[in-house]
Design a protein around this ligand. Structure first.
Ligand SMILES: [Fe+2]
Length: 239
């Protein structure tokens, strides 16, 4: 997770991107994993053996992702589209047939679909709840040295609000994540650490799947950056 950072990310947190560059990025994110994330979780849940706590945590995460029932909002894919509407992008632009995905995006999406339904179950769960849902801040967050912005601050400081004119009311997704995500991060790590002990073959499987995901994710992000027309900064420089 320490390596889940992409060189083009800083461009997304500051002003300067055109509307069409923003659309390329968000359309890919939506179609690659946002729209179907609840279904991917359902696939992994379907593999899980009768471990009550693990099934409960996955079911709770799935319920929130598909309905927003815990955060009292709405399903996260829908909240994502509302955020896009706040930026002025119509729902039609996020349809599957509204444009092609970069081949690397399709490859990463296929990998997520396939591995979320592949044994060992703990690798499928780690792929979704640690790799996909987690970020480069994972280690610091678990150590308590990184605090995720919450509530109004999380919305007000969001780059889409600060730099791209998205109205705060359209940012329910950020509010939903700020309210439930901490608990899901803890559940995810507790599950994987309990069922993929260091030295066990499950731990090797988890590491192998996440390493492969990282390679495919970097290629996916490289592809999207290329479609956005962003150039990789020279070594040592910043974008
Ligand atoms: Fe979510």
């Amino acid at each position: 997770m320490d390596r889940k950072h992409h060189w083009a990310y800083p461009a997304l947190t500051r002003p300067g991107l055109s509307r069409s560059q923003l659309l390329v990025h968000f359309r890919h994110e939506y179609l690659v994993y946002v729209r179907d994330f609840p279904v991917l979780l359902a696939r992994a849940l379907g593999l899980t053996p009768p471990l009550y706590d693990v099934r409960r945590a996955l079911a709770e995460n799935l319920y929130e992702e598909q309905t927003g029932g815990l955060s009292n909002t709405a399903g996260h894919p829908l909240l994502f589209l509302r955020m896009m509407a706040g930026l002025g992008f119509a729902e039609a632009a996020f349809q599957e047939d509204a444009g092609a995905l970069h081949p690397n995006a399709t490859r990463y999406r296929e990998f997520l679909r396939s591995l979320s339904a592949s044994e060992p179950w703990v690798a499928a769960v780690a792929l979704l709840t640690i790799f996909v849902e987690g970020s480069v801040n994972e280690r610091a967050e678990l150590e308590g040295t990184y605090a995720r912005a919450a509530g109004r601050d999380a919305v007000a400081s969001h780059p889409l609000v600060k730099h791209y004119g998205c109205p705060p009311e359209a940012m329910q997704l950020t509010r939903a994540h700020a309210s439930v995500e901490g608990g899901h991060r803890r559940d995810a790590w507790a599950t994987v650490l309990a069922h993929a002990a260091e030295g066990a073959s499950e731990a090797d499987a988890v590491a192998a799947v996440c390493e492969e995901a990282l390679v495919l994710w970097h290629a996916y992000r490289d592809g999207v950056a290329a479609e956005m027309g962003l150039a990789r900064p020279a070594a040592g420089g910043s974008l």
